[in-house]
Design a protein around this ligand. Structure first.
Ligand SMILES: Nc1ncnc2c1ncn2[C@@H]1O[C@H](COP(=O)(O)OP(=O)(O)O)[C@@H](O)[C@H]1O
Ligand SMILES: O=C(O)C1=C[C@@H](OP(=O)(O)O)[C@@H](O)[C@H](O)C1
Length: 294
């Protein structure tokens, strides 16, 4: 049997253009359409358009046309794409296992600025068929559309923290949502009370990796990182290290911890910077599963 397949790029359902403009680094949904005697099949996955693709670092080829033998498996023999599809399938399978035991509870992602709460949150919400909420965006709406940076400047951090707690309280009444929280929610015990309505997961990312990510996109939307001198990476590293120290063990209150260093070593000493959001999302589900089964 011969089949031709074509890959095309479509806007992805969870792409939030407003947030993407604030935090550059857009994602793209890749859809693979396969046609054979039995009809048309579609496969989807989400990749970052500037991604170096999955933990296997193979180049992503956007367009493939190929002669195929009869198995579906052979459709996937296409280098980087097959690695991405493998991850994508594992994520779907794991989501199907974890979704019933989650039983509608929300997932709260906590972690430092730049730890990937928004990025991983979107991947997870799509895999679980949950809605996605970003507490910073909800807070901005509550304050008449002012940005986080403007709120800090005009009203100060205390006001921001009060609004943040209000947003969490409202979210705690909801179900079937993945929630990306602001990096500072962990400092107020009342916020933990609200987050206990669901399952909280700490994305534990080494501070040098956070600084590389943040210096790549700039600190415009993150007022707590303003004000240091030096190059973008050193400034981010200094501020993030101080914040992390101030926050002490606060992140460890989460029900589950996802350490990027542990994932990297599990996958055979892959660089932390090269872990794909899908690989991290799989680990989030693994950790949630083991917490819920305890
Ligand atoms: N696994 C990853 N590998 C590389 N870059 C990532 C990864 N996850 C997120 N990023 C990038 O890091 C930056 C911060 O991510 P984001 O999801 O906004 O973090 P948070 O919501 O925790 O502040 C973004 O530019 C994003 O594209
Ligand atoms: O760590 C913090 O205190 C903050 C993190 C930010 O959210 P992200 O973690 O989404 O960047 C935002 O809530 C605000 O700038 C304060």
């Amino acid at each position: 049997m011969e089949a031709k397949f074509l890959q095309c790029i479509q806007p992805c359902k969870w792409m939030d253009t407003e947030k993407l403009m604030r935090k550059p680094g857009g994602f793209t949904r890749v859809s693979q359409k396969t046609m054979d005697d039995s009809g048309v099949q579609m496969m989807f996955m989400n990749v970052q358009s500037n991604w170096r693709t999955s933990v296997h670092h193979k180049p992503l080829r956007w367009q493939i046309s190929s002669s195929l033998k009869n198995s579906q498996g052979s459709l996937l023999e296409s280098g980087g794409i097959s690695a991405l599809l493998d991850e994508s399938f594992v994520l779907k399978k794991k989501s199907a296992e974890v979704e019933p035991i989650l039983d509608g509870r929300c997932i709260y992602l906590v972690g430092m600025m730049g730890s990937g709460k928004t990025t991983i949150g979107r991947v997870l919400s799509e895999a679980l068929n949950y809605s996605f909420s970003d507490s910073d965006l909800l807070l901005e709406e509550k304050v008449g559309g002012m940005s986080v940076a403007e709120i800090f400047k005009q009203h100060g951090e205390g006001f921001f923290r009060d609004k943040e707690t209000e947003v969490l309280k409202e979210l705690s009444m909801m179900h079937r949502r993945v929630i990306s929280t602001g990096g500072g929610v962990v400092i107020r015990p009342i916020n933990w009370k609200h987050m206990r309505s669901g399952v909280s997961v700490w994305l534990d990312v080494p501070v040098d990796c956070l600084a590389r990510r943040i210096s790549a996109v700039g600190t415009g939307s993150r007022p707590l990182l303003h004000g240091e001198s030096g190059d973008a990476y050193s400034k981010a590293l200094t501020r993030l290290s101080t914040l992390l120290e101030e926050r002490g063990e606060a992140y460890a209150n989460a029900n589950a911890r996802v350490s990027l260093e542990s994932i990297a070593s599990k996958l055979g000493n892959v660089k932390v910077d090269n872990l794909s959001p899908v690989a991290i999302a799989i680990e989030v589900l693994e950790q949630i599963e083991s917490f819920l089964k305890q």
